[in-house]
Design a protein around this ligand. Structure first.
Ligand SMILES: [Ca+2]
Length: 420
């Protein structure tokens, strides 16, 4: 079958072509136009300008027209080329931006190298020796006690502590310990503050009610102008706690209790001005509260916040601290990868924790997931030798056994007596 169709197909093709060619030839011959006029031939010079323009449309307009039309021509040319110009310029711009970005990064790197920025994420605490250069004296503040404080908690008494700070000072406020369930607390805690200008600076203090969970309630405040103090003379001051320093505010008539402080201003002597870092540090060191074993001190741990903590089954982070076998915990933050606690813990120790480590661990617990109620979100073991030397460290630690988790912990060491 296929053989015959091939044969017939071949003959069909051959006959068809030949027949078509012959027929086309005769059709061409007989359909030829009978009357053809001779074309009219005229020199170009005799044509009027309109005819000329019609017959030579390809000549650029600016050749055919006066000067001002050249602009029109150029515009049209740009218009025709615009899509391409546009592409070209976009590419150029991209390169310019890349170059610009590249150079910016390069310059940034170079500048960064020159200045050796600290690579850590620390909150920088001012170097006492540097601060000292601008200071002209020290204010020794002894927070003695408070009386007749008001109840802030629904259950039981308040848990007061005092924050003190000098006006115009960038140093973080200093804090006493928390006296739990006590409306007449006795602290007897001493702090040293650097004074730059005793004529204008004031000591500001605020009393707060500590809370296990949530914001600490404000209980009252007041200020003392340093110019009221005589040099080297300890002044015992008893002040009413106020809501604010506005004398016209009726809220200040309400009784909030009182606070007793001993203040001593010591101007630096000539020889003290040139002291080195260690000596300055010694003078500036805040002593541990009374009752701390001699030779020992107070280790303060502030759990600030964490970032990027994530559990496999749940993320309700809480921080567990373990120091010398003693365990403390922050509150839980529900379903949060970037929790913020701002909780403070204190450990009284008999000797400096130079060879100790603080174990911090972020854990998540869930009452819903009965099979996996608890899971670890990462941990860090912080060597405490640094805080004993530097007195204060505020750092973000990368958590072990966590993808990207970081935990910001501030540590303070307040020895009961200056190390020798
Ligand atoms: Ca409280």
């Amino acid at each position: 079958m296929s053989f015959f169709s091939t044969i017939f197909g071949f003959f069909g093709f051959g006959i068809g072509i030949s027949f078509g060619l012959v027929a086309g030839y005769f059709l061409f011959i007989y359909s030829e136009s009978a009357d053809v006029k001779d074309p009219e031939i005229q020199p170009l010079a005799n044509q009027d300008s309109e005819t000329l323009q019609r017959i030579i449309p390809e000549i650029p307009l600016w050749i055919k027209n006066p000067d001002f039309d050249r602009v029109d021509w150029l515009n049209r040319l740009i218009e025709y080329m615009w899509p391409y110009l546009n592409k070209v310029s976009t590419v150029c711009l991209k390169y310019v931006w890349l170059l610009y970005y590249y150079f910016q990064e390069l310059i940034k790197d170079q500048v960064a190298n020159m200045y050796l920025w600290p690579k850590t994420l620390d909150v920088q605490i001012m170097d006492p020796a540097k601060a000292m250069r601008r200071a002209i004296g020290i204010l020794v503040v002894k927070v003695v006690r408070a009386m007749k404080l008001k109840k802030k908690d629904l259950l039981g008494a308040s848990d007061p502590y005092v924050k003190i700070k000098l006006s115009g000072d960038n140093m973080p406020a200093k804090k006493t310990t928390v006296k739990h369930k006590n409306l007449n607390p006795e602290w007897n805690e001493e702090f040293n503050l650097l004074v730059k200008d005793p004529e204008t600076q004031t000591l500001e203090f605020e009393v707060y009610d500590w809370e296990q969970v949530g914001r600490h309630d404000f209980m009252g405040m007041n200020v003392v102008a340093l110019k009221e103090l005589k040099e080297e003379e300890t002044k015992v001051i008893t002040l009413d706690l106020l809501k604010n320093m506005d004398p016209n505010d009726g809220a200040n008539d309400k009784s909030r209790g009182q606070i007793v402080m001993e203040l001593t201003y010591k101007a630096f002597k000539e020889e003290e001005m040139g002291k080195g870092f260690e000596e300055t540090e010694m003078m500036m060191m805040d002593k541990a509260p009374e009752g701390t074993p001699p030779g020992g001190g107070l280790l303060v741990v502030v759990v600030h916040e964490a970032q990027d903590v994530e559990g496999k089954y749940h993320t309700n982070p809480q921080v567990r601290l373990i120091f010398r076998g003693e365990e403390r915990k922050t509150k839980h933050v529900k379903k949060n990868r970037d929790p913020r606690w701002e909780e403070e813990f204190q450990f009284v120790v008999e000797e400096p924790p130079t060879n100790d480590k603080l174990h911090v661990e972020v854990v998540s617990t869930s009452s819903r997931n009965l099979l996996r109620q608890k899971e670890s979100l990462g941990y860090a073991d912080i060597s405490l030798a640094d805080v004993v030397t530097n007195k204060r460290i505020n750092e973000r630690y990368h958590l072990i056994d966590s993808k990207n988790g970081r935990l910001q912990i501030e540590l303070m060491w307040r020895p009961s007596q200056p190390a020798t």
